[in-house]
Design a protein around this ligand. Structure first.
Ligand code: CMC
Length: 429
């Protein structure tokens, strides 16, 4: 591979360094372009822009490959847990038994919320979307974290990371209980991460939730599969905020807001709503597919397509298998699963989807599992956010540990009016 790329502008040649990643990805480093050539690159939606170098997650969208710190997602799904995978992402390698025990211990010690946080919860209307509550409460809880606002301190990072990961789960469960007007259920230190979340969601003060190992495992897997996905919209948001040296909780609150949208994490909610509406209308999916292809309306086949994957999303394959398994174990027959399978079958044979390389993504089947577990639709994106927390934390750490990170500040090509002058209000037409 050549070490430089040549860009010719106005007859002048500019040599730009070529950067090659550990998996052979090639980037042209344009850091000096504006200084040397007076020009910037324009890449609407950043589809061709590497915003950073990162050693956390590798995706090959053409081949449908996803690896965390080099380990294939399939191996982690088969052998690991969410908390172990979180350690891998945050610290760069699989933890030893002792490291894992220490991290789990930190999660347990930090699972409670400050009691004054309950006043914040009380301020939300019952109809508040749990993503709004999650984002606000993560930010509010930053005020209760001693030392957090003093700036990044690598020695205190483990504690802050564990605090965030643990408290997010408690906030999410409290938000759910609040939306139903139910009393908050406090975490149990003897429960592991995902079991504890289910307990806080579904136990009652007079009766503990019956924790079925298959259900705990399914939820843990959903968290694990969402744990990181390189420079997506929310992770880029987290890195953007981190570059201004904001604190970890503020970055995560911003990440939650970015994740909320239906084109990103909100797609899992949108998928179920789409399937429900197809079901209500008595369609088997055929009519909906025709509408999703028709550009005269703005319907899309939610849970299909991906900016990076131009092949089957490897997470979707794992989730689909888990979906079949959990419905069987729970003896649930869900008509929405039949519709989803029919949609997939039609789409994968349809030239519209084939030519645009649109395949099922992680959100296509995850909602059906969450429905089976009893998680309400408006909590789906919250589940995604809990799962994505280790990825955001790892990316935050990478930004903070990189001595040369500058504040993220993209440029633009201005297309507004050229110089124009202020007109007093009485003279305006
Ligand atoms: N249904 C119908 N048409 C689609 C779809 C879809 N789901 N996705 C893309 N297209 C079409 C789009 O209309 C365009 O067609 P044309 O070239 O004729 O104008 C072409 O495919 C390329 O689409 P794009 O919008 O330019 O692609 P993008 O890379 O900007 O968007 C996406 C990626 C995920 C936002 C998009 O595929 C989409 O909206 N999918 C549905 C929402 C969804 O499932 N989002 C979850 C993504 S995975 C979880 C996560 O990481 O957040």
């Amino acid at each position: 591979m050549a070490k430089t790329a040549i860009l010719e502008l106005d007859g002048k040649k500019h040599a730009l360094p070529v950067v090659v990643g550990s998996e052979g990805e090639v980037g042209v480093d344009i850091t000096s372009l504006r200084r040397d050539a007076g020009a910037i690159t324009l890449d609407d939606g950043y589809a061709n822009t590497g915003s950073c170098s990162s050693a956390i997650t590798f995706i090959d969208g053409e081949k449908g490959i996803l690896r965390y710190r080099g380990i294939p997602i399939e191996e982690l799904a088969e052998n690991s847990t969410f908390v172990e995978t979180a350690c891998l992402l945050i610290y760069g390698k699989l933890p030893t038994r002792k490291q894992l025990a220490n991290f789990s211990d930190l999660l347990t010690k930090n699972e409670m919320l400050h009691e004054d946080m309950k006043y914040h919860f009380e301020g939300f209307p019952p109809s508040a979307h749990p993503m709004a509550i999650l984002s606000s409460m993560i930010n509010a809880s930053s005020c209760f974290q001693p030392g957090l606002l003093e700036g990044y301190n690598p020695e205190k990072f483990d504690l802050q990371a564990a605090r965030l990961m643990s408290k997010v789960r408690t906030i999410a469960a409290f938000a759910y209980r609040k939306s139903l007007g139910l009393p908050a259920i406090y975490p149990k230190p003897t429960y592991k991460y995902s079991a504890n979340f289910l307990h806080m969601m579904f136990s009652e003060p007079y009766q503990d939730y019956d924790l079925k190992p298959e259900v705990v495992k399914a939820l843990d897997l959903i968290f694990l599969l969402h744990a990181d996905h390189e420079q997506n919209c929310s992770t880029s948001t987290v890195r953007m905020i981190a570059s201004s040296r904001s604190n970890l909780f503020a970055c995560a609150a911003g990440g939650v807001c970015a994740l909320w949208g239906p084109l990103h994490g909100g797609a899992n909610q949108a998928v179920i709503e789409m399937l429900e509406s197809i079901h209500r209308e008595g369609d088997d999916g055929t009519r909906f597919i025709a509408q999703a292809k028709d550009k005269s309306n703005n319907k899309r086949l939610m849970g299909f397509g991906h900016r990076v994957y131009k092949n089957y999303d490897p997470r979707a394959r794992i989730i689909k298998a888990q979906c079949d398994k959990i419905l069987k174990v729970m003896k649930i027959s869900d008509p929405l699963l039949d519709i989803a399978q029919k949609l997939e079958e039609i789409a994968l044979k349809d030239d519209y989807f084939i030519s645009r390389k649109l395949y099922p993504n992680v959100d296509f089947y995850s909602g059906i599992i969450m429905r089976a577990i009893g998680i309400p639709v408006d909590m789906f994106t919250v589940i995604f956010a809990i799962g994505r927390m280790p990825g955001w934390i790892a990316n935050y750490k990478e930004v903070m540990d990189e001595a040369t990170t500058r504040i993220y500040r993209p440029r633009q090509i201005y297309t507004g009016p050229t110089l124009t002058h202020y007109v007093p209000i009485g003279e305006r037409k």
